[in-house]
Write a protein that binds this ligand. Structure first.
Ligand SMILES: [Ca+2]
Length: 251
């Protein structure tokens, strides 16, 4: 390769790196202008480190799964990572140079009735309108997602916490989620021990999962779709029921 060719390639690589970094940060972070030159007192007690730019500060936040937002001071280069999303100006102090950046909310907004699980980058919506499992499934698909797929402990625990929060206490006792028996088995009359379910994404539901409710699953041959109780535990139920349900969107 000639020197000129090498330089051309090097420049191409640098341009590519630069554009992908700026795209990532511009998509991921949103400046919250209400916090300009302000810092919550609580945040001021957190450790800070030096980051030359807000991009460098944002990269550090991206590297830490727990980090949801950060404050960067363009005057002092101080960078403070936080595990929260700040939305109100309470007990804050005026400090020149600070800008606040919070994670981009992606496809989910509070206005749509979704709550966000930042840990798994998933949004959930509890729909308190009783429908059949099939109607609920179609509703969530029309809403741009699926019935809730709780295929990891983190996802399942988020729903347990959500249902235990008391926010949905008026919801019916059970809510449909996105798992069912493979259709070809529905009329076989399976006995206990042959139970298995598949999430809407095709992954098998763990029969040994600790998220099953007490004595569940117990509906061999007649309870072909999955629900969660108001405590968040899983229960297989029959498709003759209509109940509230939980949709999800990922971002
Ligand atoms: Ca059951």
């Amino acid at each position: 390769m000639t020197v000129a060719g090498f330089l051309r390639n090097l420049i191409a690589v640098l341009v590519l790196c630069g554009s992908s970094a700026s795209e990532r940060t511009s998509k991921r972070w949103q400046n919250q202008a209400a916090f300009d030159n302000r810092l919550p007192v609580e945040v001021n007690t957190k450790p800070s480190f030096t980051a030359k730019s807000r991009t460098a500060c944002g990269v550090e936040c991206t590297r830490n799964a727990w980090c949801l937002s950060f404050f960067h001071n363009s005057v002092t280069s101080a960078c403070i990572l936080t595990e929260k999303m700040y939305s109100r100006l309470t007990s804050d102090q005026h400090i020149l140079g600070y800008r606040y950046y919070a994670i981009d909310r992606g496809a989910c907004t509070d206005e749509d009735g979704y709550v966000t699980d930042w840990k798994t980058a998933t949004c959930y919506r509890v729909v308190q309108e009783p429908r059949s499992w099939w109607e609920a499934r179609a509703f969530c698909q029309q809403d741009g997602g699926t019935l809730a797929v709780l295929d990891t402990p983190n996802r399942a625990q988020f729903i347990v916490d959500l249902m235990s929060s008391g926010v949905y206490s008026s919801a019916t006792r059970f809510l449909f989620i996105g798992a069912s028996r493979p259709a070809e088995d529905w009329d076989v009359g399976m006995t206990k021990g042959q139970l298995y379910f598949v999430w809407e994404n095709g992954q098998p539901v763990e029969t040994a999962s600790t998220f099953w409710g007490p004595s569940e699953p117990n509906g061999a041959g007649k309870e072909n779709v999955l629900s969660v109780t108001h405590h968040g535990g899983w229960n297989d139920v029959g498709t003759q029921h209509s109940m509230s349900f939980i949709c999800q969107r990922t971002f």
